[in-house]
Design a protein around this ligand. Structure first.
Ligand SMILES: [Fe+2]
Length: 295
């Protein structure tokens, strides 16, 4: 979710989430596994142009004709992730994923998923050509739209992507959008982020989102389950997040909003949210404390 750039009052950083590349052109990171694959790069340019055109024209997600290699990567990653989800994902995620019926054998079309979401929670998917500037990203969310990529990682490293791709978005972020409470929480965060007037408040909201929506754990039946999309979309990070190698602290909002993170590596510190209701209440209180009207 946190495909965001810092507003003008925030210091620049090399975090592509905080400071995305020029949105007019596609730029793959030098470390990208597909950088030397001309066919992959050409495909990425093609999808970039298509999704950008549909996003800027408010046309909804285009129907994409995925090629055999893209379908192969999906079929390789999706069942492995599902096995991990069954064992470790939060109930709110699992229930929604099953109801949404995302296939393990064919890449879903965002247009169809979006229609399903709209019928249930009023949310819709916005085609995203890549990272989107912070204010624009959260303006979409405040309006019930979730920006979602339509390209897939490179096949040489199906377990890894240096950028949010369709596996991250569709198998991490999209399912819980089917839940009314989750959708309402996202909209509230979106409205708060868009209306925040202080750089400190924006940073606090970004950290809160990072350690919940993106990399949160949640307590269910006395055990930590995976809640955040960044963990849910990574075959290695799901078991790692629950391993002894990670420090897991209780989710204390004042501590969370003071804690920095490094998006370039697996997260060594995570916070465990006691319940979804607790998170909702904490966001409401924080936004109120900041004096932001999210009504
Ligand atoms: Fe994300």
């Amino acid at each position: 979710m946190d495909q965001a750039t810092a507003p003008a009052d925030q210091p620049a950083s090399n975090d592509i989430y905080a400071n995305p590349p020029d949105p007019d052109v596609l730029e793959l990171e030098p470390i990208h596994p597909g950088i030397g694959d001309a066919a992959y790069v050409a495909r990425r340019h093609e999808l970039f142009a298509l999704c950008r055109q549909y996003r800027l024209g408010s046309l909804g997600p285009p129907i994409v004709d995925y090629n055999a290699e893209e379908e192969r990567i999906w079929r390789e990653v999706s069942p492995k992730l599902d096995e991990l989800h069954v064992r470790h994902a939060s109930r709110i995620y699992l229930d929604a994923k099953r109801e949404l019926g995302i296939s393990e054998v064919a890449i879903p079309q965002l247009r169809h998923l979006s229609g399903h979401l709209t019928g249930r929670t009023g949310m819709h998917l916005v085609p995203a050509e890549g990272p989107i500037a912070y204010r624009i990203f959260y303006a979409y969310i405040a309006d019930g739209g979730f920006p979602c990529t339509q390209f897939i990682r490179h096949g040489s490293k199906p377990e890894y992507t240096p950028e949010p791709d369709m596996i991250h978005d569709c198998l991490g972020h999209v399912p819980p959008l089917l839940n009314d409470d989750y959708a309402a929480l996202l909209r509230m965060i979106g409205r708060a982020a868009v209306r925040a007037r202080s750089g400190d408040h924006v940073l606090a909201l970004k950290r809160l989102s990072w350690f919940s929506i993106e990399f949160g754990l949640i307590e269910e039946a006395d055990e930590a389950r995976v809640f955040g999309a960044g963990i849910l979309s990574s075959m290695s990070e799901i078991p790692y997040s629950l391993s002894p190698g990670v420090e897991r602290r209780p989710f204390v909002t004042d501590e969370v909003i003071e804690t920095d993170y490094d998006w370039t590596k697996m997260q060594e510190l995570l916070f465990v949210i006691p319940s979804f209701g607790f998170l909702r209440q904490e966001v409401e209180r924080l936004v109120q404390r900041m004096g932001i009207d999210v009504s």
